[in-house]
Every structure is written in structure tokens, then in C-alpha cells.
Design a protein around this ligand. Structure first.
Ligand SMILES: C[S@@+](CC[C@H](N)C(=O)[O-])C[C@H]1O[C@@H](n2cnc3c(N)ncnc32)[C@H](O)[C@@H]1O
Length: 499
């Protein structure tokens, strides 16, 4: 089903569009396009995607509607000035030419955030210089100076540097939009709320309107996907409880902000009873405790939480739904190898027990992706903080594989036969050699067949390490992926170890 066409005239209060302000929304890399879609639905004008953000235009009220309604953006900036600065003096002069008394006065506490890199100097120094220029302008005009509050300022000024280019903006959201204003406890490696919302949108959760909505997160941790999914389905604006992020801003239009909040409250009330089935499972009681607290704080009272492992996972009753999962990906050295069996199990469970479901897996490790053993229909690269991840779409066919619990449904491609033969040959020869030389560690295979571009090392009877060499440019990523999947199937078979 297509998303409902946005009737922006309904969302707006003005008759004719006023696009007097240019705004900039920052976002996690990889989520720019879904943010742009969301902004257009929220009634923004002239939406334009750039690397790491989206420009849009509108009245101040349009900007407020975005601040309250966006689930995906990290910050909403209102640029005041753009100028060139070769050095610190140029920066000071550029900042000082803004009419700062329109924005703050001695009564306002403020802070300066700096992003990017430029000729004006290192970030901390740029923040200091900017602060000096603003303080001097206000003191000169009004006789006393505003003070600095780095933790909870009345206004945040944002400086972006790119070479000699400086952009000075007002930050309309203060502490960061991923904070939903409902408090949140712990979690082993919780997803940022804004990233979880972006991933759900990529998975089409927002389009499932009208159908019976079913969502399962089998490793739900602190419950981020469940909360964001519930809020999306029930039209709960994430900014409803957050308040305005720049309360000290002199140009703030409190009446316009109140109108935006009132409209969001109305939409929330209208969708409050929408039926949604939300199920979260986790093997850790501690994580489930966090999920319980977080769901309660977010006002989501009807999600089902279960203690269990992937091995016991069964689909909830009802039609096939959306299966979203953010498994551990083992950032520390050596951990990823231990997680291989978990990813294989994920593939098995999906294939056997979730016919007709749409599964999406957030993976931070390519070798682990392959262990799932199911070919993704699409892959989206997204940044999860500093970690580059892939959001893999794995549609599960209507026919579940039957018979046994093992990974019998997995089959290597025809091309893998030559790899298997070579591996068997090497194994026969080298295992004999290892025995004679009283060693149990040796390299079994080293890209002997160029198509299968991996090294396979054996350490004793049950520890095998597979490492992929960098993919040559002429080999397409999809082909390299298929071959690596083959390798991960063939190696355990030939060596008689558990996958
Ligand atoms: C990366 S965290 C998920 C974080 C979650 N998305 C959030 O935002 O809080 C991975 C979760 O998987 C759970 N887990 C690990 N192995 C599991 C298994 N075999 N079955 C079920 N849950 C498992 C862990 O307890 C942990 O909570």
C-alpha cells in the first residue's frame, strides 16, 4: 500500500505557503532519503538531500512542526549566516555581523557547538571565538553580557565549518532529537531512537496502515524498535513531551509552538486505539527489565515481552508481520567468530518458522551477514554511531522448509564445487603434514582459486578462521557475497565442524 498522500494544506495554518526560512536537518548517514520523505509528509517545502542532512524551507511554524514530528532527524538548524573565514579574525568578524540581539540577550544562557573542519581553527577554539563575538555584540548593545551554560543552555548556537566556509545557525532542538523526553534506562547496546525509526521506515512499517500490524523483535534489548513502532503506528509525535529546545531564543513564537503541539495531540488521540501487535523477546532478563521500564515510560502498555532465545522463537498468532532484529555484532576482536552460530541459527529460524514474513536484520559485520545464509533482497548502508552497518531485507518465502531443525535447506551454489574439491584436497594433504610435524595450527587454503578470495586457517579440531581478502573492483559485490556465503557453507562440511 502506498503512503497516504500528504495534504500539507491541512497540516499548515497559513493559507499561502511562507518559505521565509531555510532550515537544515542533520541525520545519521544513510538515512537522508527516508528523512526527506518524512519531512515532506510533515509539510516542509523545497526538501533537498545532501550528504549527512536535508535542507528544507518553510515558515517558523513549519520548522516547529518538524521539530515536534520528526522521528529520524538528529537536529534542526536554522542558519542565520554563511560567510568565508580564512582564520580566527575572519571568524570573529563574520560571527559579529549577525544581529545577535534579535536572538538572545543578557537574560539568555547559551552554548556554542562546532561541527566539521575549517581554516578558522580547531573546534574548541572556534567555539571560544564565536562565544566571544556574540558576548561582545550583546554587551555593546545592551550593557551586560549573557552567560554560558554548556549543559542546559537557553539557546544553542551551531557553527559548521567546511574549509573556509562557515555557517552559523540556531539549534532549534537543544539536546538532540533522538531523546524522546520520556527517560530511558540502560540496554546492552541500545539503538538510538532516531536510527530505529529510520530503519523501521526503510522496512516500510509506516506503510502498513490499515493492515493488521504485527511486529516482532526477537532480540529486543531495551525495547527501542517496539517503542518507535508503537509511536509510528499510533501517530505519537516524538516531540510531544520534549518541550521546545531553545526556550531562551528571543525570536521564539510560543503561540505557534503551542498550535503545533495541540495539532499533534489531536492526531495522537485519533490514532490511540489503532490495533498493533508488538512482541519483544530477549534471552536476558536484565534487558527485558529495561524494555519493560522503557515501554511503560513511553506509554506503550500493550507490547508483549517474553524471555526466550532465538532457538525457541515462534511467530505470534496472526498474519505474517515485520521481523526486525539488531543482533550483537561483536565489535571486539575475536567476538565476531563466536557469533557465527547465532547468525546461522537466525537464518534457520527465519527460513523454517516465519514463512511470508518480511525480515530485516541490522548487521555490523559482513562475515556474519553471510552466516545467515539467506540472500538479502536489498541492503542499506547506515551509520550506527561510528559503526558502518547494513540493514538487510530478507523476505521469507511462503513455503517454510520442513524436516529437522538443522540447516539442511542451505545449499552452496554450483560454482562452489571447485572450492569444495580444492579444500578437500588441501585438507587431506595438510592434515597429514600437520600430524607428522606435531602441529595443529596451519593455513589450509589461501585464495588458491582466485574466485574464492579467502584464507582459511585451522587451529586444532574445532576452531577454524575464515578471512576474506579485499574484493577486487572487477568483481561485483553481489558475486563476492554469494561466494563468501558458499565458503561459509562448504568449510564446516569439509572439516566436519559445527557451522
Ligand atoms: C545489540 S542488542 C539489541 C539492542 C536493542 N535493539 C536496543 O535498542 O536496546 C542484542 C540483544 O540480543 C540479545 N540476545 C543475544 N543472544 C540472543 C539469543 N540467542 N536469543 C535472544 N536474544 C539474544 C541480547 O540480550 C541483547 O539484548
Amino acid at each position: 500500500m502506498e503512503p497516504p498522500a500528504q495534504d500539507s494544506s491541512e497540516a499548515r495554518t497559513e493559507e499561502a505557503p511562507t518559505t521565509d526560512n531555510d532550515f537544515f536537518a542533520t541525520v545519521a548517514r544513510g538515512a537522508e532519503d527516508v528523512l526527506a520523505e518524512e519531512l515532506a509528509e510533515l509539510g516542509a517545502y523545497e526538501v533537498e538531500v545532501v550528504h549527512g542532512g536535508v535542507h528544507f524551507a518553510g515558515s517558523l511554524e513549519d520548522g516547529y512542526r518538524v521539530c515536534v514530528g520528526t522521528r529520524i532527524a538528529s537536529r534542526i538548524l536554522l542558519p542565520l549566516d554563511r560567510f568565508e573565514a580564512q582564520d580566527a579574525d575572519g571568524l570573529y568578524e563574520g560571527v559579529a555581523r549577525t544581529q545577535w540581539t534579535d536572538h538572545l540577550g543578557p537574560e539568555t544562557t547559551f552554548a556554542v557547538d562546532v561541527a566539521g573542519k575549517g581554516t578558522a581553527g580547531p573546534g574548541k577554539f572556534v567555539a571560544l571565538k564565536t562565544k566571544d563575538a556574540i558576548v561582545d555584540v550583546i554587551r555593546e548593545a545592551e550593557g551586560s553580557r549573557p552567560s554560558i551554560d554548556k549543559i542546559d543552555p537557553g539557546l544553542r548556537v551551531h557553527v559548521h565549518l567546511s574549509g573556509t566556509q562557515v555557517t552559523v545557525s540556531i539549534d532549534l532542538v537543544g539536546r538532540g532529537l533522538h531523546r524522546r523526553g520520556v527517560g530511558r534506562t540502560g540496554g546492552a547496546a541500545p539503538l538510538k531512537e532516531s536510527l530505529a525509526a529510520a530503519l523501521l521506515r526503510m522496512a516500510g512499517w509506516h506503510r502498513r496502515e490499515g493492515e493488521e500490524l504485527v511486529l516482532l523483535d526477537p532480540m529486543c534489548g531495551s525495547g527501542t524498535f517496539l517503542i518507535e513502532a508503537a509511536w509510528m503506528a499510533r501517530d505519537v509525535a516524538p516531540g510531544l513531551r520534549r518541550g521546545f529546545g531553545a526556550p531562551g531564543w528571543r525570536a521564539h513564537d510560543a503561540k505557534a509552538f503551542a498550535r503545533v503541539i495541540a495539532a499533534a495531540e489531536e492526531r495522537k488521540a485519533a490514532a490511540a486505539d489503532r490495533p498493533v501487535v508488538l512482541v519483544g523477546v530477549d534471552s536476558s532478563e536484565e534487558q527485558l527489565g529495561h524494555a519493560r521500564d522503557n515501554l511503560k515510560a513511553a506509554g506503550v502498555t500493550d507490547a508483549v515481552l517474553r524471555h526466550g532465545t532465538l532457538a525457541d522463537l515462534e511467530p505470534p498468532e496472526g498474519p505474517p508481520g515485520l521481523f526486525v532484529v539488531n543482533p550483537p555484532y561483536g565489535e571486539r576482536l575475536g567476538e565476531a567468530g563466536e557469533l557465527g552460530p547465532l547468525y546461522s541459527e537466525l537464518g534457520d529460524v527465519l527460513k523454517r518458522r516465519f514463512p511470508g514474513w518480511s525480515a530485516w536484520v541490522l548487521s555490523g559485520n559482513r562475515a556474519l551477514d553471510k552466516r545467515i545464509g539467506l540472500r538479502p533482497a536489498s541492503k542499506r548502508v547506515v551509520m550506527n554511531g561510528p559503526i558502518e552497518c547494513r540493514w538487510l531485507e530478507i523476505p521469507i518465502g511462503e513455503q517454510a522448509k520442513s524436516g529437522g531443525d538443522g540447516p539442511g535447506w542451505r545449499k552452496a551454489s554450483a560454482e562452489a564445487e571447485m572450492f569444495e574439491n580444492r579444500l578437500r584436497k588441501n585438507h587431506k594433504r595438510l592434515s597429514r603434514w600437520a600430524l607428522q610435524n606435531e602441529t595443529s595450527a596451519y593455513r589450509l587454503y589461501d585464495a588458491d582459486i582466485p574466485e574464492f578470495n579467502v584464507a582459511v586457517d585451522v587451529y586444532g579440531d574445532d576452531l577454524i578462521r575464515v578471512e576474506e581478502y579485499r574484493r577486487p573492483k572487477k568483481v561485483e559485490e553481489e558475486v563476492a557475497d554469494r561466494r563468501l556465503r558458499d565458503v561459509m557453507l562448504v568449510v564446516p562440511q569439509v572439516l566436519g565442524v559445527r557451522p
